[in-house]
Design a protein around this ligand. Structure first.
Ligand SMILES: [Ca+2]
Ligand SMILES: [Ca+2]
Length: 236
């Protein structure tokens, strides 16, 4: 019985890892168009193809989300020698944002389980890794003149030692039911250099909560998220 279960786990592990190698999602990111200004307005990104994060979109794993109008984010990115630029167009039928400081990032459930507190609000997790670094950014949109809220951390080198890093420049607005965010992330903050053709493993997670003001205990059974796992590729 135990052996069968072990064999099943080994088989599942093998299937999952081969799927990752064969079916890895690639997000091609072009060089920065001249006009980009990190001011929270995103009209200059119109010609850039976005990555759709919503229920049913290719490569997106939806947890407890079935409708695109529940939450959706279109992510766009561009790069140059100095920076990675990201633009988000975020739609949500019920906003639930809250500042979560890094020191409060873990919440202990009544059953003494550790949960990431950001998952209980509307937050986006951006985690980009490389041989040289592991960079994590959590951010919320700006809604009704609150936010954007964010925190980031950088682990550097093969041993993943924590290194000081300045927060990226983030500019966010809310217009006509859409929250927009622009992020400017300098490569030097990641202690790395970009190169055309380079691929960097990336995870994007959109946490969605529609219970503003409710206690976390009550939200626990209602956690919803969208996850995209793949690589970001710096195109020529
Ligand atoms: Ca702009
Ligand atoms: Ca929401």
């Amino acid at each position: 019985m135990v052996r069968n279960r072990m064999a099943l786990l080994v088989f599942m592990g093998f299937s999952l890892s081969s799927l990752n190698v064969v079916g890895q999602a690639v997000w091609q990111v072009q060089k920065k168009p001249a006009a980009i200004q990190v001011d929270g307005f995103v009209q200059e990104w119109d010609a850039v193809t976005g990555l759709a994060l919503q229920a049913g979109a290719p490569g997106v794993r939806a947890e407890a989300i079935t409708q695109a109008d529940d939450v959706s984010v279109v992510a766009k990115a561009a790069w140059d020698q100095e920076n990675l630029y990201v633009a988000l167009e975020w739609k949500d039928n019920t906003w639930d944002i809250e500042r979560v400081l890094r020191q409060q990032a873990v919440w202990l459930t009544p059953q003494q389980q550790r949960r990431e507190r950001m998952l209980f609000y509307d937050y986006l997790k951006f985690q980009m890794t490389d041989v040289e670094f592991d960079y994590l950014l959590w951010l919320s949109p700006r809604i009704e003149n609150r936010g954007p809220f964010s925190w980031s951390r950088l682990l550097s080198g093969a041993k993943r030692m924590e290194r000081a890093t300045s927060p990226p420049a983030i500019s966010a607005r809310q217009q006509d039911g859409t929250a927009t965010v622009e992020i400017l992330l300098p490569w030097r903050e990641l202690k790395t250099k970009p190169k055309a053709g380079k691929t960097l493993p990336l995870t994007l997670l959109v946490a969605d909560s529609d219970l503003p003001g409710k206690p976390l205990e009550l939200k626990l059974s209602q956690l919803k998220s969208l996850v995209w796992d793949g690589v970001i590729k710096l195109a020529e």
